[in-house]
Design a protein around this ligand. Sequence first.
Ligand SMILES: [Zn+2]
Length: 87
Amino acid sequence: MFGSTYTNYVGVSIKHGTRVAIVVTRILNPQTNTAHKPRDDGSARATACGSLVSATHDRTRVVSDETVQTSAVIKRCGSCFDDVTGY
Ligand SMILES: [Zn+2]
């Protein structure tokens, strides 16, 4: 017999809501080497400026902001990034 000291772990609740260490992601259009900001609704395939919404999903890539910042070839979308001018 297992006796009455058996501990039932079913029912342990997992706390939600703590957001830490979120990796900043950008949506890259490989055809133009342009990085866009993702929308805030959690979709990884929709850009803040909407320019890639009609593009087929396999033509876009999700990259980290660090990749965009350090890349010599990736441009940042002027509509998504306020600090980009002349594009
Ligand atoms: Zn954009």
